[in-house]
Write a protein that binds this ligand. Structure first.
Ligand code: MG
Length: 384
């Protein structure tokens, strides 16, 4: 399945106030736009991006978006939201099966939400992530500054819609066409509803906040200052005839790690680092080597499972820095693929993952080529 993501930053965010467009305000040293794009770019099922920016930002759009893992086009938006989405949709390649539409004002969308939207959009045609309304809801009569409750609205049918919203290509094509003559729609699912189509609801996430007001910006910045660091270390003995796998990438080598699992030292060190930083234990506790279900388990799978536990605690990876110590072969030709594989699992841009190869200068067991070792440091930030 080919998935394209449109990130809509068409408006200027008048509610935030100030001269800088809302999507260009920085949180934790990075613009809201760049973070929202990165959340889509990092999803392993997304194959292309289209970023819709206000006309006057088109010239600098590519620089504002920065480097991406997948191909990315930047196009100018229109007056209404549906005009911006139409401009984005026209830039999506014809092979897309599912098209996501994401607000540039939602930089914290967790990967699991994107997973659910893609799956539901593919089967139902259209899907929105939403969270149930928790507060009691009042309908009010407003007259000047005076507000009076008219009635209490039953909340069991009420859901708060988030993004990304997902659509099969044909469903979005119809919604975009209908949108030309429709009144202003605040989301694309509304256009599908108007046309009588079915829109599935999948679980959203309370961390997936929309940054709308200046208070939201302040709060997001405060959340970003909450950080945790973790370190990890792993070593495996090298023996003849075993594959050498680092972050799931097979590196041609006559010798590979001996181990209970695949001996992927990069993933094992990173798993310990993310678990350590989040306070969720360590690799031995989560995946005991006495349990046969982890025998030969790929390191990337263990890392992904550990990250689910980390995300459940409200943390996301900010960056990771890994050193691999190995006498031979040289790792340099493989480091880009290793970084890309890690970035996809960690849910960050490739620029936030560094992997360095070193030798041990012939000293000790690693230096004699009898073992491979890895050190990892990660920084976690509060996911919302
Ligand atoms: Mg290990």
């Amino acid at each position: 399945m080919y998935v394209a993501a449109i990130v809509v930053a068409g408006g200027r965010g008048a509610r935030v106030g100030g001269a800088v467009p809302k999507q260009l305000l920085k949180i934790g040293g990075e613009s809201i736009l760049r973070r929202s794009v990165r959340a889509c770019d990092a999803h392993p099922q997304v194959s292309e991006l289209v970023v819709v920016v206000p006309e006057d930002l088109l010239a600098t759009g590519a620089a504002l978006v920065g480097d991406t893992r997948v191909p990315c086009r930047v196009v100018a938006g229109g007056a209404r939201r549906q005009d911006s989405v139409r401009a984005g949709f026209e830039a999506v390649s014809a092979q897309a099966d599912v098209v996501l539409v994401h607000d540039a004002a939602r930089p914290f969308v967790p990967r699991e939400v994107v997973d659910r939207v893609i799956a539901a959009a593919a089967s139902a045609g259209a899907a929105v992530p939403a969270i149930p309304v928790a507060d009691t809801v009042k309908r009010a009569a407003v007259s000047g500054d005076a507000r009076v409750v008219l009635k209490t609205v039953p909340r069991d049918e009420l859901w708060l819609a988030q993004t990304p919203q997902g659509f099969r290509r044909d469903v979005l094509a119809r919604a975009v066409a209908d949108g030309q003559s429709a009144a202003e729609a605040t989301d694309e699912a509304r256009l599908v509803e108007l046309a009588g189509g079915t829109v599935a609801i999948v679980d959203g996430d309370r961390r997936n906040v929309k940054i709308t007001t200046s208070d939201d910006v302040t709060e997001a910045r405060q959340r970003m200052t909450s950080m945790r660091a973790g370190t990890g270390y792993d070593l495996h003995q090298l023996v003849s005839g075993r594959p050498l796998v680092l972050a799931g990438v097979e590196v041609p080598s006559p010798r590979g790690p001996l181990g209970h699992s695949d001996g992927d030292v990069v993933c094992h060190a990173l798993t310990d680092a993310v678990l350590g930083a989040s306070g969720a234990g360590d690799i031995g506790q989560m995946f005991p080597n006495t349990d046969p279900q982890w025998k030969n388990a790929p390191g990337l799978d263990l890392l992904a499972r550990a990250l689910s536990a980390v995300h459940a605690r409200g943390w996301v990876v900010v960056n990771a820095d890994v050193t691999v110590i190995l006498e031979t072969p040289k790792l340099a030709p493989h480091l880009t693929r290793i970084r890309e594989a890690l970035a996809a699992v960690l849910g960050v841009g490739v620029d936030a993952v560094t992997v360095k190869g070193k030798t041990n200068e012939g000293v000790d067991a690693v230096g004699r080529g009898e073992a491979i070792a890895s050190h990892a440091v990660v920084l976690l930030g509060a996911g919302a």
